[in-house]
Design a protein around this ligand. Structure first.
Ligand code: DX5
Ligand code: ZN
Length: 230
């Protein structure tokens, strides 16, 4: 069963706890939390204290995506704040293997994340050690960007490799996941789809009063994405 992880980057930050509860009610599987430092990516979002607050608002697993330089300095804080899955970018550390082990020792699942231009070769000596690989289908930093179709062959190659080596590693895709891209992503072999604007945005075609009612719009958006994930 494919999983849907809701990126709260597209939520109303002024009502974050409520938005997290609504998206849980709408039926997503995980809450995806995008942490940005203004160095690794050109945007700044949230830190461990906000992750702690989100943890209190939901019973769903927290899928934390660190887009920060020197992630080794902060993994402990984010695990203690409630990250169930903790993702670090291969481009942000020179001690990848140590960091993966560190995350697992702290008690979280380790996700290794690759930017669109990063080759799968960087996983050669660590793939068996990770719990999930996140393949970015936009350049990280913002929600609402256009899906980069050129990453789909990379998803397919990784699927083949994980299956051939009989590994239990999950493949997650993040960026530009919308009704027009979901089928291709699923066909390429992804297990977990992250969606921000696809879940929180307004995409038309709603029933009367649905568009401006957050609970009903989120439920409709989640239903549409799920239909295509089957
Ligand atoms: C981008 C983030 C994504 C983003 C996805 O840097 O990692 O999680 O919120 O947003 P959409 O689904 O709108 O592309
Ligand atoms: Zn993300």
């Amino acid at each position: 069963m494919k999983k849907l992880s809701a990126s709260i980057l597209s939520a109303d930050f002024g009502r974050l706890a409520e938005q997290v509860r609504l998206v849980e009610q709408a039926g997503v599987d995980w809450i995806h939390v995008d942490v940005m430092d203004g160095h690794f990516v050109p945007n700044i979002t949230i830190g461990p204290d906000v992750v702690k607050a989100i943890k209190k608002a939901t019973s769903l697993p927290l899928d934390v995506h660190l887009m920060i330089d020197n992630p080794e300095r902060y993994v402990q804080d984010f695990v203690e704040a409630g990250a169930d899955w903790l993702g670090i970018h291969v481009e942000a550390t020179v001690h990848l293997e140590r960091l993966i082990q560190n995350i697992k020792e702290l008690g979280a699942r380790a996700t290794v994340t690759l930017n669109p231009a990063t080759s799968l070769n960087c996983l050669d000596y660590v793939l068996k050690d990770v719990d999930m690989v996140l393949l970015m289908t936009v350049n990280p930093g913002f929600s609402g960007q256009k899906f980069i179709r050129g990453v789909l062959p990379k998803v397919r190659q990784l699927r083949q490799r994980i299956d051939a080596e009989n590994l239990g590693v999950l493949i997650e895709v993040d960026g530009g996941v919308h009704t027009d891209t979901v089928s291709d992503i699923v066909a390429a072999g992804a297990d977990v789809l992250v969606s921000g604007s696809g879940i929180f945005g307004k995409h038309g075609g709603y029933g009367p009063g649905e568009e401006d009612d957050d609970a009903r719009r989120l439920a409709a958006n989640v239903r549409r994405l799920r239909e295509l994930m089957k």
